[in-house]
Design a protein around this ligand. Sequence first.
Ligand code: SF4
Length: 392
Amino acid sequence: MLDHPLPWGILTGVRPSKVAYAYLEQGKSLQETEQILKDFYRLREDKAKLCAMVADKERRLLQGHTGTDVSVYVGIPFCPTRCSYCSFGSHDQRAYDKWSSSYIEALLKEMRESANLLKTRRIQSFYMGGGTPTTLTPEGLKQVLSAADALCDFSALREVTVEAGRPDTITLEKLHVLKEMGVTRISINPQSMVQRTLDLVGRRHTVEQVKKAFYMAREAGFDVINMDFILGLPEETQEDVLYSMQQVQALKPDNLTVHTLAIKRSSRMNEEGQAERLLVDVPETIDQMIGIAAKAAFEMGMHPYYMYRQKNMAGNFENVGYSMPGKEGLYNIEIMEERQTILAFGAGGVSKVYFPQENRLERVPNVKGVEEYIRRIDEMIERKQKGGLAVC
Ligand code: SF4
């Protein structure tokens, strides 16, 4: 139950754990940090505890981190259909099929011609997201991952992640390609295990496909599998969330990421005016759903290790990543803490150059549209070369 009108008090930023992290860095204990979050920032007790716990975990996981290592991101902005709540720059694969091979060509060119920027850098992690990277054919996946391997040498990295995402794109053949190419972590994202909800938000896959994809991934040898869920999806109840969590507990993934729905202006749900009619937007209900998901994660032996907030979130709550001990995704922490350079390739990718001495970030964005990205690829490459990556 809400015992404070604003669970996050006066903290309005999207990265609350950064605030706690800074206090821990200054030598404050976990308890002192928690107290500051409660007294000064007016966080509700459970949120102060969560925030301090996450920051403490992040610090332990980033031990030895110098701020000079880099990570590499590759974006594949296609999905089999567009979910009604989606605000990412993803494109419906059916309409963009004809662009797929030119997109890969442009992407490979961008990676090849930016290799000089990584020559002297130690690369920590590789992350391929989107969109849904597994919308690519097995050959397409192999092409992109081979180019990325040539750029970063997967065998020397701490983690290589591919967001398989939509279960309707996952086949055993693609999973074998990922495994052979050295991918160490994947995501299979149901968002809900309630079929009615999946149909309502236009995901066009079944709960059975989620389970099948999960078992196939285990069979292919993946021992770090994340599953994403969204709380507050249209017409969902606490019972639905409990049901989804029971289903996920039976699968036993290694990571669980629990989002609270955030509807942005660019989403189909908002454009079609469904948001107000369909959404669960009662803060108490979302609050209880968060409690159900957190309990399920703890029961599986997981702990929260990264978190962030977004604008327009249902109930103004948070997104939390849980992990089994030792299976945390470092890239997820780096992107939240913003203490590392991330070189991003592909349409919509935003490279972030970190200057450790000044504790400052400089953004170098690529254009979002697929056609525009292909057409302006030389300009994207030039932006990277000029963007401070070469000197930081
Ligand atoms: S799978 Fe993710 S990126 Fe793709 S349309 Fe749905 S929400 Fe957007």
